[in-house]
Design a binder for this molecule. Structure first.
Ligand SMILES: [Zn+2]
Length: 676
């Protein structure tokens, strides 16, 4: 038996990183799956009548060892991976998905779950237990457990076809992206580009044994060119190439795939008794129904449109004045917006960075958490780390009780993937009367210190740190009984509230004074700079909002109706965009055929949630502002009704308990400068 299958016997039961050998993982997974299966078998073999305790609760507490192992392994596969670990991930993933399918398709288990579910009204369950019961039951029913055999087969056939189509959709986009390159041999064609972007284009050309410069449709190449290149014709060429993906009537075309995916999703939803795919998806979202999502999007549209129009006109006259442009086109938007922003704000990262030394920002986040929630962070060196860069903390409450262990891993390195995220090594739960405290981790890729300079963060990195720390607080302060609804295990359109709301403190004088001091002089960041940060953060907010809303409305137009009558992808799309367009349509371009978020990834009927989360965080923060950003009463309510509750109740109910009312979009519109 490997170290991963035993009791850890470490301080706080933390993961014993130094004792784990790579070759332990595969046998550990096999052993963990075997034990989990035995736990499930024990539930179904129980001769007593199904009860909440012997079925639902037993199911939720099962698989603890396997979950612990999966957390360690997949966290490291993101933060400190290598070829061997990646190979093991490929071997392990099918084992895990087979195991999870075995549970979903286990008819004996479903019979017991259903028996409990059907007797729900006579069980006298707590809210948390009711929520858990619903969740467990839906986990089966939404996968067809209630269907007769022939329909079950149909459902499986649809699922199989959908997964193949999604794969194909993605392959086409990747092939389209890789196929295109813009080869430039005249340096004047790169005029306007920053040195770094030019250098990257040159290196790319060299790597393909070409002279000159190569520009591609990959974001790191595409975005700088569209933002800075002075040559308008080349911007047009690149923009059109980008917009043509999956829309060229060739072997990589995605039009029929889009129609087919929409149709199959609709059929799947109908089979399960839902009106449309969006109804199916939104059943497990705070937004609840497509009608609510659509009216939410349209309400914001109505409010944002006047500002967006003004911004567009301003940009248009700026471009006309600067370069004599008569009709602003899509390929002008990024370019002139950047120039106008420079003119209006004259703000760059280098001015701000000296005020945001990493250690100061971390302490700032900790101080905010202390002032709001009474948390204390003490660095400890008694627990194992998976890399020397990782910082480890013991988090306690005002009474000195352990709240959580916190790992912070801030710098990039070869084995870490891009981006920033929060994760956990151990979930919170109350089991056998004991409140098991969680082990939470933040992983980021911030600017590293050098010999002569400490790590100085860009403002974007500062808000990222607060964002991930907000997720971390959601994990740390969790206080629920059952692990599957603890901490950040909440509805998808609710999970960004704690993270986004915390970002707001980065813009407040009262908070910045606590940590934004110059790393050499100790001077507090001047308010004039803070005002500039705020103003530039809402630059072109009207047009940005319109853009986000247009994607959300396009998503709903595919998934909130019976799509049988849609035959032409492009004309359907033009109609769906209707009220949100400011730029002239480009006939040879199509968004849907490369809209990977909704046709390949997991965002179908979910694109609205970006704006939804913003509305929530702005509305929540406005409550803090009304009472004071460090007001204890508001902070206590946020902790009691949001941060500690996980997914134990409907998020709207939780939110209303915190706020006293449903969230309203006005706070967001005010913050964005869209309410005149
Ligand atoms: Zn987030």
């Amino acid at each position: 038996m490997t170290v991963l299958n035993k009791t850890f016997n470490t301080p706080y039961n933390t993961a014993p990183f130094s004792k784990i050998k790579t070759e332990d993982y595969l046998p550990a997974f096999k052993e963990g799956i075997k034990k989990s299966k035995a736990e499930i078998d024990a539930i179904t073999a129980n001769t007593e009548a199904p009860t909440f305790e012997n079925t639902i609760e037993a199911l939720d507490y099962s698989g603890e060892e396997l979950d612990r192992l999966s957390s360690i392994f997949f966290n490291l596969n993101s933060a400190e991976t290598n070829d061997e670990i990646q190979k093991i991930a490929q071997d392990v993933s099918p084992l895990l998905s087979d195991f999870s399918n075995d549970i979903t398709l286990n008819e004996d288990l479903f019979k017991r779950v259903k028996a409990v579910y059907d007797s729900k009204s006579s069980l006298d369950l707590t809210t948390e237990q009711n929520t858990l019961l619903d969740k467990k039951y839906k986990g089966f029913s939404r996968n067809g457990a209630n269907l007769p055999e022939d329909k079950k087969e149909k459902l499986r056939a649809i699922d199989k076809e959908l997964s193949q189509l999604k794969l194909k959709f993605g392959e086409h986009i990747l092939a389209e992206t890789n196929k295109f390159e813009m080869h430039l041999t005249d340096e004047s064609d790169l005029s306007g580009l920053p040195e770094g972007a030019k250098e990257a284009a040159k290196q790319l050309a060299e790597s393909k044994d070409k002279d000159g410069w190569l520009i591609t449709l990959d974001y790191p190449s595409y975005i700088p060119f569209m933002t800075y290149a002075d040559n308008r014709a080349l911007r047009e060429e690149l923009s059109k190439a980008f917009g043509r993906k999956g829309f060229q009537n060739d072997e990589l075309d995605n039009q029929n795939i889009v129609l087919k995916i929409a149709q199959l999703r609709f059929e799947r939803a109908q089979l399960l008794g839902y009106k449309t795919h969006a109804h199916f998806v939104l059943e497990e979202r705070m937004a609840e129904t497509p009608e609510k999502v659509t009216s939410f999007l349209n309400e914001l549209l109505e409010k944002a449109k006047p500002a967006a129009k003004d911004e567009f006109e301003e940009l248009e006259s700026f471009a006309k004045e600067l370069d004599g442009i008569d009709q602003l086109q899509k390929w002008d938007s990024g370019y002139y917006a950047e120039k106008l922003k420079q003119k209006l704000f004259d703000l760059d990262d280098e001015q701000l960075k000296p005020y945001f030394k990493l250690e100061n920002v971390i302490n700032g986040a900790f101080t905010v958490a202390e002032k709001l929630f009474g948390l204390q962070f003490e660095e400890i060196n008694t627990i194992d780390k998976y890399h020397d860069d990782v910082l480890t903390y013991k988090v306690t409450d005002a009474d000195g009780e352990l709240v959580s262990i916190f790992y912070a891993d801030f710098f990039p390195r070869a084995g870490k993937r891009n981006g920033a995220w929060m994760t956990s090594y151990k979930p919170q739960m109350i089991k056998d009367g004991k409140n098991e405290r969680p082990h939470i981790s933040n992983v980021c890729n911030f600017t590293k210190p050098t010999k002569s300079k400490p790590s100085l963060l860009t403002f974007n990195e500062v808000t990222t740190l607060f964002h991930e720390f907000g997720h971390a607080l959601h994990g740390m302060l969790a206080n629920t009984t059952y692990p599957s609804i603890s901490g950040t295990s909440v509805y998808w359109d609710f999970v960004e509230l704690p993270s986004q709301v915390l970002e707001n403190w980065c813009y407040e004088k009262e908070a910045l004074e606590l940590f934004a001091t110059h790393y050499e002089t100790g001077e507090v960041i001047p308010m004039e700079l803070v005002e500039k940060i705020k103003a530039s953060a809402t630059f072109h907010e009207g047009m940005q909002t319109l853009r986000q809303l247009s994607f959300g409305l396009l998503d709903m137009s595919w998934h909130g109706i019976d799509p049988s009558n849609i035959t032409n992808v492009k004309s359907h799309e033009v109609e769906a965009f209707g009220d949100t367009s400011l730029y002239p349509d480009v006939a040879e371009n199509c968004m849907s055929t490369s809209f990977s978020h909704i046709f390949q990834g997991g965002y179908s009927s979910g694109y609205y949630s970006y704006k939804w989360a913003e509305v929530l965080d702005a509305d929540a923060f406005e409550y803090f502002k009304e009472e004071g950003i460090f007001n204890k009463i508001v902070a206590d309510k946020f902790k009691t009704f949001v941060l500690s509750q996980g997914g134990t109740d409907n998020p709207m109910t939780l939110y209303k308990k915190f706020r006293g009312q449903e969230p309203k979009p006005e706070a967001l519109l005010r913050r964005a400068g869209l309410l005149k």
